[in-house]
Write a protein that binds this ligand. Structure first.
Ligand SMILES: Cc1cc2nc3c(=O)[nH]c(=O)nc-3n(C[C@H](O)[C@H](O)[C@H](O)COP(=O)(O)OP(=O)(O)OC[C@H]3O[C@@H](n4cnc5c(N)ncnc54)[C@H](O)[C@@H]3O)c2cc1C
Ligand SMILES: NC(=O)c1ccc[n+]([C@@H]2O[C@H](COP(=O)([O-])OP(=O)(O)OC[C@H]3O[C@@H](n4cnc5c(N)ncnc54)[C@H](OP(=O)(O)O)[C@@H]3O)[C@@H](O)[C@H]2O)c1
Length: 433
């Protein structure tokens, strides 16, 4: 008898888990990868920036996993809607939760809910064409925008704001989003770090890329580029050197300006119904290394605040969840009898795509050592009884073909994303039920 495993979520963690199951098990394994969307690959499709085409090509590797014998893709099946934990435990010997981290963290300051105060999660979903966000959700009608946070997501968001629509024409950005980007009124982008250059979370390659955007002058204030002490890891030293070199640049009068700021924390987003400004307080580190305010304030006249301060997982119905770590408590991937976890839901929203491979391998080692069993029912019968017809891998290929066709029609790159469940399902001859 084969080991039957349900993997919930088809992002990198889910697909690497499926791959590890097939590779590591001495016995035959059948893996169903359940996904709430009609499309696989999680943040590789709906997170990785559209202009990072070489990173996006990881999808070609993930695709080969889904095409392996013994692995099935079941799209349009949400744990917590079409199926429950009990359903999965009845149909499979083991379940691995890989649902990532889909929502934004809050800053906890006044004004965070004003119109124009936008979570990076939403903004990224918008330019990536995620079906949860309509293409007309954002209008870039403010000349000044603040981006809070100095991690790699903030860098992505800033780069998309700084580039021209023409720069993004050959990418898969949805057509309506590209139109909005072409109409952008943004002239100044302020990227705000609450600590110093030596504490920034962005990586050197990504930072350097910002300095290469032809449409924008990148500015750093010399006093904010100063870093005391010197024994930093190579990456950090590289960041500091790049930022210091930018502080010596003379602006070339390009259409947009990017100000990378440090030692400032947001204290209030100003406005009555919509964002009219951002009040910041200068910071320093306390003796015990905490960020504290100095009592010196400044206000930026921005009409949009993009909060890029990290992603966060959400609890799955019926699955243990720690509201302290915002992850599923586990030991080497084991949650409870026959239940496992991998990826961002397991360890929190940090790490690049490749990090999920070793993470998934650990979970699969634990699972195979446990040799779980208990599958009795059939998921196909259960879904059929409920009138749920999953999106198959072949359906997904039809969506891909339609996206390539759209790109040809619009004379753009390899593909242009279809937006909305209706359009995606229509591409594979289906309708929304
Ligand atoms: C904006 C952004 C850009 C990034 N860019 C890069 C980059 O350029 N390079 C890099 O190496 N790393 C990048 N990363 C990090 C990388 O994307 C993550 O490490 C990785 O995607 C995490 O994998 P995951 O499978 O845990 O989660 P995800 O990729 O989020 O996958 C989770 C999947 O679960 C599905 N799901 C959620 N809930 C349910 C449910 N209830 N039922 C069924 N399915 C469900 C989701 O739809 C999704 O498909 C980026 C991250 C972000 C946020
Ligand atoms: N190209 C790539 O490889 C790529 C692209 C995108 C994402 N990723 C990866 O995906 C993961 C998530 O990235 P991320 O950028 O979302 O998270 P991140 O790396 O954790 O960065 C979050 C940023 O937000 C700041 N922040 C947090 N709370 C704040 C608050 N209340 N006020 C002001 N600032 C606050 C943090 O500052 P502090 O440090 O002071 O807390 C930090 O600068 C990372 O591992 C990243 O490397 C990789």
């Amino acid at each position: 008898m084969s080991l039957r495993v349900a993997v919930v979520g088809s992002g990198p963690a889910g697909i690497y888990t499926a791959e590890a199951l097939v590779k590591q098990s001495a016995d035959p394994v059948e893996v169903d990868v359940l996904e709430r969307l009609p499309t696989p690959y999680g943040l590789v499709r709906y997170g990785v920036a559209p202009d990072h085409t070489s990173i996006k090509s990881i999808a070609n590797y993930l695709r080969k996993v889904l095409e392996q014998p013994g692995i099935r893709f079941l799209g349009g099946v949400t744990l917590g809607a079409e199926v429950s934990v009990d359903d999965l435990l009845a149909c499979y010997d083991a379940v691995v939760y890989c649902t990532g981290a889909m929502v934004d963290r809050k800053m906890g300051i006044p004004g965070e809910d004003l119109l124009g105060s936008v979570a990076a999660t939403d903004f990224v979903n918008w330019y990536c064409g995620h079906p949860d966000v309509s293409p007309d959700k954002f209008e870039l009608d403010s000349p000044e925008v603040a981006v809070i946070g100095v991690g790699n997501v903030a860098v992505d968001v800033v780069r998309v704001l700084a580039k021209t629509a023409e720069d993004l024409r050959a990418t898969d950005v949805p057509a309506d989003v590209l139109d909005r980007l072409a109409d952008s009124q943004v002239k100044a982008i302020h990227m705000i770090g609450r600590r110093g250059p030596e504490h920034a979370k962005f990586t050197l390659k990504e930072l350097r890329e910002l300095g290469e955007v032809a449409n924008a002058d990148v500015c750093v204030r010399p006093d904010e580029a100063v870093v005391l002490g010197g024994d930093f890891p190579r990456q950090v030293k590289g960041n500091i050197d790049v930022l210091r070199s930018w502080s010596e640049r003379v602006p070339a009068g390009r259409p947009r300006r990017l100000d990378v700021r440090f030692w400032l924390r947001p204290v209030e987003i100003l406005g009555t119904t919509r964002v009219e400004g951002l009040r910041l307080e200068r910071t320093r580190l306390s003796q015990d290394g905490r960020v504290v305010g100095t009592g010196e304030f400044e206000t930026l006249p921005v009409g949009m605040v993009l909060r890029s301060v990290g992603y966060q997982s959400v609890p799955l119905p019926g699955v243990p969840f720690s509201t302290e770590t915002m992850t599923v408590p586990n030991v080497a991937g084991r949650v409870r009898d026959r239940e496992y976890v991998a990826g961002w839901l397991k360890r929190g929203p940090t790490g690049v795509i490749g990090t999920n491979k070793s993470d998934a391998a650990e979970t699969v080692r634990t699972l195979l050592a446990d040799a779980p069993s208990g599958a009795a029912g059939s998921i196909d019968d259960l879904l059929a009884e409920r009138g749920v017809r999953p999106v198959t891998y072949d359906d997904w290929l039809a969506i891909e073909t339609a996206e390539a066709e759209l790109a040809r029609t619009l004379d753009r790159g390899e593909r242009v994303k279809l937006v909305g469940l209706e359009a995606m399902l229509a591409a594979c001859g289906r309708t929304v039920t």
